[in-house]
Ligand binder design. Structure first.
Ligand code: PNS
Length: 164
């Protein structure tokens, strides 16, 4: 039987517990889930791509069924490169829907055989985003429970070094 490979793409700046919840659900749908971090020169991230790769690898461990890679260019091209037939995206509120619909339809137009599937994280993470987590941490708020402890420590250190 051929291995079912899914791609879970995103910015992951930083990875949150919502991302990890989606990842664990995606692992039930595919034999292998490749986490794909976009290399985006247009955005100024808080963490470099290699730091984000390191953070996710620390959390998922050296599990060969969940490789963590970076990519540039078209997502569907990278999906083909890694042999993925599924693209996984998390959906939180209705506000996510329009952007996600556009991306899914554009990706389907580019390569019709790749299917996008949307997964819902646990309700307790439905309001959690990397952007808000960075904002709260940057203003001295407590983000424990919203990101893994290893990410929280890095966040606190990074925002402190940005302030000094
Ligand atoms: O976590 P994000 O920032 O919402 O992830 C967005 C991502 C990386 C999935 C999206 O920006 C993307 O797929 N970029 C790659 C460029 C691409 O393929 N664009 C055309 C498809 S709409």
């Amino acid at each position: 039987m051929t291995e079912r490979v899914a791609l879970y793409p995103g910015s992951f700046d930083p990875p949150t517990n919502g991302h990890l919840d989606i990842l664990s659900r995606a692992r039930r749908l595919a034999d292998k889930v490749v986490v794909a971090i976009l290399e985006n020169d247009a955005k100024t991230p808080l963490f470099s791509v290699s730091e984000r790769i390191e953070m996710i690898r620390e959390i998922v461990g050296g599990d060969g069924s969940t490789p963590v890679r970076s990519f540039s260019g078209l997502l569907v091209d990278f999906a083909q490169e890694v042999g993925a037939t599924l693209i996984v995206r998390g959906l939180r509120a209705v506000s996510d829907y329009e952007y996600e619909l556009q991306m899914a339809l554009m990706n389907r137009r580019l390569i019709p055989s790749i299917e996008t599937v949307f997964l819902m994280a646990k309700e307790e993470y439905s309001y959690v985003s990397s952007r808000l987590v960075k904002e709260v941490a940057g203003l001295g708020g407590d983000v424990s429970g919203l990101v893994p402890e290893s990410v929280r420590r890095r966040l606190v250190a990074r925002v402190a070094s940005c302030e000094s």
